[in-house]
Design a protein around this ligand. Structure first.
Ligand SMILES: C[S@@+](CC[C@H](N)C(=O)[O-])C[C@H]1O[C@@H](n2cnc3c(N)ncnc32)[C@H](O)[C@@H]1O
Length: 346
């Protein structure tokens, strides 16, 4: 008999800058403005999607977006509209999990990442399952397809030979972890979202909403560098990778301009283009950080200047534990929320 698998939740994933711990704070601020039921909430740099998901569970109509396809896939699965056949999904997951990885042949994933991010056997199984999802694509609806890929992304992350991101794999040889594809919890009562995989600045010109939440990257560290293995697994174009201690593929178009010098100008343009009533911006004060890549690309003053052109701004400082790769003293770390009530005429 197939053992009942523990279901993962949307936040059961290691993602730098994930705002699970901030959800109640953000909600407390939003509630002060008494938006009516069914108002719209946009998460333009959604990452894991936990913020949009939280508001979708409260009945908000969400618009969810991220530059990375591996994040888009998860929104399509967890905030999608289509009905999924859970029995079909269960059967496929059981079938995949019953496979003995030692009997599998080498494949793209094991050749690329085996003995680096995963043991050879675990990598063979992950690559085999990803190929099988493609083979079965015509028997799945779009949401079922995205759901299975999402489960694979989350399950991989649980066993990867890393410190939590894929900038490099650990020097120690990865052990066999007997890879298991685990399901992610689906909330059948959630209000479905409208989902994009776009550049936030392009999308900002097209949307009209009540609340817009912004949580862009604020330093030189590119998210696609942190999560390239999962991005490659989701896209499955099987590109060649650069040898070395990270095995990254060519990914220039996935790099964010928010991690570059032009970030303040981009942020200003983004704010100018938004058509909404309330803007909430998350910001981490790593500005005086110790390493160059942790130095913020946008300063608190620049955020304030851009927002003040749009309306009245309130600043809330929250003590909150941050991601820190070691060189930076974060004992004074604060997460800041900027809340801007947009003037009618803007
Ligand atoms: C700080 S993280 C967001 C974390 C998210 N709030 C959460 O709780 O998981 C920033 C996100 O912005 C995305 N991103 C970077 N540049 C972008 C752009 N130009 N347009 C859309 N998304 C972008 C990154 O891929 C990353 O997922």
């Amino acid at each position: 008999m197939q053992q009942e698998l523990h279901k993962m939740k949307i936040n059961n994933r290691r993602y730098i800058g994930c705002k699970t711990k901030l959800l109640e704070y953000i909600n407390k601020e939003v509630e002060k403005y008494h938006f009516k039921d069914g108002s719209s909430f946009v998460d333009l740099f959604a990452g894991t999607g936990v913020v949009a998901y939280y508001f979708a569970q409260k009945g908000y109509k969400t618009i969810v977006n991220d530059l990375l396809y591996s994040n888009y896939v998860v929104y399509k699965a967890l905030l999608g509209k289509e009905k999924m056949s859970l029995s079909k999904i269960d059967k496929l997951i059981s079938k995949f999990n019953s496979i003995n990885s030692k009997r599998l042949q080498d494949n793209y994933f094991s050749k690329t990442y085996g003995n680096k991010y995963f043991s050879i056997n675990d990598a063979k199984k992950i690559g085999y399952i990803r190929d099988e999802i493609e083979t079965n694509k015509n028997k799945l609806n779009k949401r079922e397809y995205f759901y299975l890929i999402s489960c694979l992304i989350y399950s991989c992350d649980k066993i990867a030979n890393t410190v939590g991101h894929y900038e490099s794999f650990l020097k120690t040889k990865p052990l066999d972890k007997n890879f298991i594809l685990k399901p992610i919890e689906i909330d059948s009562n959630i209000t479905p979202g409208i989902i994009y995989n776009s550049d936030a600045n392009l999308l900002s010109k097209k949307i009209n909403a009540d609340i817009v939440y912004l949580d862009p990257p604020y330093n030189a560290r590119q998210y696609v560098n942190f999560y390239h293995v999962l991005e490659n697994l989701a896209r499955w174009n099987k590109p060649t990778v650069f040898e070395g201690n990270s095995m990254k593929f060519k990914r220039n178009e996935l790099k964010s301009n928010y991690c570059r010098k032009k970030a303040p100008q981009l942020f200003d343009e983004l704010i100018k283009n938004l058509k909404c009533k309330l803007i909430i911006v998350s910001y981490s004060n790593t500005y005086k950080a110790g390493s160059i890549s942790s130095v913020n690309t946008i300063s608190p003053g620049q955020i304030l200047d851009s927002l003040k052109k749009k309306g009245n701004v309130i600043v809330k400082k929250i003590k909150y534990p941050a991601f820190n790769s070691g060189k930076t003293d974060m004992s004074n770390h604060k997460e800041i929320l900027y809340i801007c009530e947009v003037d009618n005429e803007s």
